[in-house]
Design a protein around this ligand. Structure first.
Ligand SMILES: Cc1cc2nc3c(=O)[nH]c(=O)nc-3n(C[C@H](O)[C@H](O)[C@H](O)COP(=O)(O)OP(=O)(O)OC[C@H]3O[C@@H](n4cnc5c(N)ncnc54)[C@H](O)[C@@H]3O)c2cc1C
Length: 377
């Protein structure tokens, strides 16, 4: 029921808007507010937020079903759409009572925005080696360093920022999450180079920035663990589920177009070369979908799903790259036009194989864990 409800909403309200706002598909704020009013009315508001905070309290599997449907439209960038209101990112779950008042509630009321700042110029895939340093000074920490490629930093009030509090310890207790006010003296936020997705990414420079001890989220030294929690969930929902949705739409368009388009006197769909692309895409989507659902279901049962989440992210993002590529090929010149969503899926798919765990690194971690594990099935 949930899936059908969202599918109908996407078909009726979102897909028709895909070409309404130019090739960059920037949705005007009033249109977005209108869409949000509709999702709220449907009871799809603050999906991961517990009911006591006014949210829908949905489990990960349900959120995957929803994100899969949203993934079918080219209206949004992969991991940032405000359609269902503010999300309770895993790191925010670790706010203490006092921090809830300053960060959690304002986020849920839509008053402040918080970005996630881990990557640095010299530390991307290996966050344990971050160099941004936080040194205690009385009631404060003083932070120096630089962050790179941060989504939404330019529109955010705070950054959940990873800094080394004990560099010797690295990932084993040496990194802490600080809530850094981006208006603080010593913070400079500048836009990074434009990238393939069209979405802005940002650099954050920190020069002797004072952050009160009270802005540590979780425990001192717990930052690596909290960062991984955030990324694990994102890999399943944002990357796995959305990739499947985009791939499914690309396949649907591919089938439809191949049946209409006649070349050399016959529809494309009569050609075996095209049929193989359709068959392979359908099989691959089904496999990735089952894997994603299994992973979300196991996560909801409280199982350790780190390895499965690596598989989901690799499978999903490589799948959508392949299927979008095939669908573009079948559409010929139309395939690369902004009139269709395919070029958007293709560009986004290229980027999501890098962020939140690049493919090679996830494969390597998966293999390493498998070799260590006594149980492999
Ligand atoms: C669209 C987008 C949004 C982003 N948003 C954010 C954000 O909001 N917050 C944030 O903190 N970061 C963000 N990032 C940064 C992203 O997380 C990093 O780009 C990513 O972790 C890779 O780091 P890197 O770019 O330094 O590449 P590197 O770590 O230098 O890796 C380069 C290449 O080498 C490969 N590689 C690295 N190590 C190994 C190894 N051991 N074996 C084999 N291959 C290896 C990688 O797979 C990759 O292909 C974003 C990036 C993009 C593209």
């Amino acid at each position: 029921m949930l899936r059908d409800l969202v599918r109908a909403f996407v078909d009726k309200e979102l897909i028709p808007l895909e070409n309404a706002f130019g090739p960059r598909r920037e949705i005007p704020p009033d249109v977005m507010r209108g869409l949000q009013a509709k999702t709220k009315e449907m009871g799809l508001w603050m999906l991961d937020v517990p009911e006591e905070y006014g949210g829908a309290s949905l489990d990960l599997l349900s959120r995957c079903l929803i994100d899969e449907q949203v993934g079918r439209t080219a209206l949004f960038h992969w991991h940032s759409h405000p359609l269902f209101g503010p999300a309770l990112r895993p790191v925010l779950r670790y706010c203490n009572e006092e921090q809830k008042e300053r960060f959690l509630w304002p986020v849920l009321r839509g008053e402040i925005r918080i970005c996630f700042a881990q990557t640095e110029p010299d530390a991307g895939s290996d966050p344990a080696s971050i160099r941004t340093r936080a040194v205690r000074d009385g009631e404060d920490f003083v932070i120096n360093g630089a962050k790179r490629f941060i989504t939404a930093a330019g529109e955010s009030d705070y950054a959940q920022l990873m800094a080394a509090t004990d560099p010797e310890k690295g990932s084993k207790g040496g990194i802490t999450v600080f809530m850094v006010d981006l208006q603080s003296p010593g913070v400079t936020v500048t836009e990074s180079w434009p990238n393939i997705t069209g979405e802005s990414l940002w650099e954050i420079a920190l020069d002797n920035v004072r952050v009160p001890n009270a802005n540590i989220i979780g425990e001192l030294g717990q930052g690596f663990e909290l960062g991984q929690k955030f990324l694990t969930e994102a890999r399943i929902k944002s990357h796995g589920a959305r990739s499947i949705g985009a791939a499914q739409r690309a396949l649907d368009l591919m089938i439809e177009y191949s049946q209409q388009r006649v070349t050399f006197g016959q529809p494309l769909s009569d050609r075996q070369a095209i049929q193989f692309m359709i068959a392979d895409s359908a099989m691959e989507i089904r496999m990735a979908r089952l894997l994603t659902y299994e992973c979300a279901w196991r996560s909801d049962r409280g199982e350790d799903i780190r390895d499965l989440s690596y598989m989901v992210k690799i499978q999903g993002t490589e799948l959508v790259t392949r299927v979008a590529d095939r669908a573009i090929q079948v559409h010929g010149g139309m395939g690369v036009s902004t009139e269709l969503p395919l070029e958007h899926f293709y560009r986004e798919a290229r980027a999501v194989r890098i962020n939140e765990g690049a493919t090679e690194v996830l494969r390597w971690r998966l293999a390493r864990n498998l070799m260590r594990s006594p149980r492999r099935s």
